[in-house]
Design a protein around this ligand. Structure first.
Ligand code: MN
Length: 507
């Protein structure tokens, strides 16, 4: 049940102004969604509330939490943007509007569109907070997916696995990434889910007991050396990440050493190394399994020390040693960076811009003296993210803060949709002619007209981000030489020329 004071209690030391903002957004959203219900039968407002609560739990500031409460008011409660701006200011409207636009994107399972769609997400999320609100929104929708019609469940769950979970991972928000993956797993891969469930399910009770017992032994061993200001956190590998690992290990369960992990959280970095020493002095470590991600952080910024030890009773457990700060960063990633940056709304808004991408990969473009991550680990970062990150880092180094993404990378591309929702990535100022040829040269060759967002348009219309484009074809239609001027892509130009040549030969 929604509860305003429990939501407010999650805000870190809120000012009176912060409390007033969240309270107002809460009451506004409750009223705006009053007549609506969710598939579960709950009032629609529950969804707005739960989304805001996830954001508050991530440590996001009052503006983001307020925008979370309001995130569906434009689309689902027909509130006018002017009203949001008047009541809550430009910045809240900017966030709500961004989330609304992202909500229009659909993933239809075409492999070739995944990367474009991810790109589009980033491009449209001018502010990282938009993306984080969208992640919170999706997380609550996934938590309530059982109420959705079965034929929609698969699409939503696949979209979650292909788009949202990887984005959460890239932002190092592991807590959301893990939950999204685990909620989507049984819908997308029911057979595999059952296999893993059976495999782990048999050992579940035994595992919990083993971890509990081992945690006590570790605390005792550390206390003997005077380390008492620690806490531990047991974690059993999630079904989805276990399945991914099993696939890499040819389904040999015995080769997965980190099914059980114990996190030891300590006050300082020096303590981390001391804990490692005590652990290795007490239990025998597995050779080759010691990873010092404090000295050599992972490309996504993750830090901590990992080691795997024989527990002495035939078991193997991974130990992850971190400070509180490392732990928070590992769970909340970039969300935790942002939480402290949010200031109360100012006139003219306070957008953070896309500069955050520069810090997306901490080591891209970092100074010569910066610690480098383990070799080759950056290979799973898509080329286009590296390019953006590099260009942003350069901008920062040249003190060129004003030069943000809007005048940069994405200025050169537009992303538009087919009526089915597939994403087509075109150069800036592309026309329906380019679009038609990008779909299929046959469609281009027989184009008779085009609709953009359901309206008939002329063929020289410049397409804009998010447009839905539909091509009208006729058997008797053929390209004209004028189209060569309308086409931006060399592919379309080439196809038009070929087609013109064929037509010429006919006469
Ligand atoms: Mn929503």
């Amino acid at each position: 049940m929604p509860n305003l004071s429990s939501l407010i209690s999650l805000l870190p030391s809120p000012s009176e102004e912060d409390i007033a903002l969240v309270t107002k957004a809460y009451e506004f959203a409750e009223k705006a969604h009053a007549p609506q219900k969710r598939f579960s039968g709950d009032p629609y407002f529950y969804h707005a509330y739960e989304t805001a609560k996830i954001l508050a739990e991530l440590g996001m500031g009052p503006i983001t939490v307020a925008a979370g409460l309001l995130h569906d008011t434009l689309e689902d409660a027909a509130v006018k943007p002017e009203v949001i701006e008047k009541e809550f200011g430009k910045e809240v409207l900017f966030l709500v509007d961004g989330v609304t636009k992202l909500g229009k994107l659909r993933y239809h399972g075409a492999e070739r569109h995944i990367e474009s769609l991810r790109k589009l997400f980033i491009a449209m999320s001018q502010d990282l907070r938009v993306l984080i609100i969208k992640l919170a929104d999706r997380l609550h929708n996934m938590r309530t997916l059982q109420y959705v019609r079965p034929e929609k469940q698969f699409r939503i769950a696949s979209e979650t696995l292909e788009i949202y979970a990887p984005l959460a991972y890239r932002l190092s928000i592991r807590r959301i990434n893990r939950e999204l993956e685990n909620l989507a797993f049984p819908y997308v891969y029911p057979k595999e889910f059952e296999t893993v469930k059976k495999l782990v399910g048999e050992r579940e009770k035994e595992n919990a007991a083993r971890l509990e017992k081992f945690s006590r032994s570790v605390k005792k061993a550390l206390a003997k050396e005077g380390l008492t200001a620690i806490r531990t956190d047991a974690r059993v590998k999630s079904y989805f990440s276990l399945w991914k690992k099993l696939e890499r290990k040819n389904m040999e369960f015995e080769k997965v050493y980190d099914v059980l992990a114990l996190r030891v959280i300590v006050p300082s970095i020096a303590d981390c190394y001391q804990v490692l020493g005590i652990v290795h002095g007490t239990w025998r470590p597995l050779p080759g399994r010691i990873k010092d991600y404090i000295a050599f952080p992972k490309p996504n910024g993750y830090r901590g020390i990992h080691t795997t030890i024989f527990t002495g009773d035939g078991g193997i457990i991974e130990i992850q040693i971190r400070t509180e700060e490392m732990h928070r960063l590992a769970e909340f990633g970039y969300a935790s960076h942002l939480a402290y940056k949010e200031k109360p709304p100012k006139a003219g808004g306070n957008r953070l811009g896309l500069l955050w991408l520069a810090s997306f990969i901490p080591f891209v473009g970092a100074g010569k003296n910066a610690a480098k991550p383990a070799q080759g680990k950056t290979s799973d970062i898509p080329e286009w993210i590296k390019q953006i990150a590099e260009s942003q880092t350069e901008a920062v180094q040249h003190g060129d803060f004003a030069q943000n993404m809007e005048t940069d990378f994405f200025q050169f591309r537009v992303f538009v949709f087919t009526p089915k929702g597939d994403v087509i990535d075109l150069p800036l100022e592309a026309s329906p002619v380019d679009f038609a040829y990008a779909i299929h040269s046959d469609i281009g060759d027989h184009m008779a007209g085009a609709k953009v967002n359901s309206k008939l348009v002329s063929l020289d219309t410049k397409l804009r981000n998010g447009d839905i484009v539909e091509i009208i074809t006729k058997e008797g239609s053929h390209p004209s030489s004028k189209w060569l001027d309308l086409a931006k892509t060399s592919f379309a130009k080439k196809k038009i020329r070929e087609s013109l040549d064929v037509e010429k030969k006919k006469f």
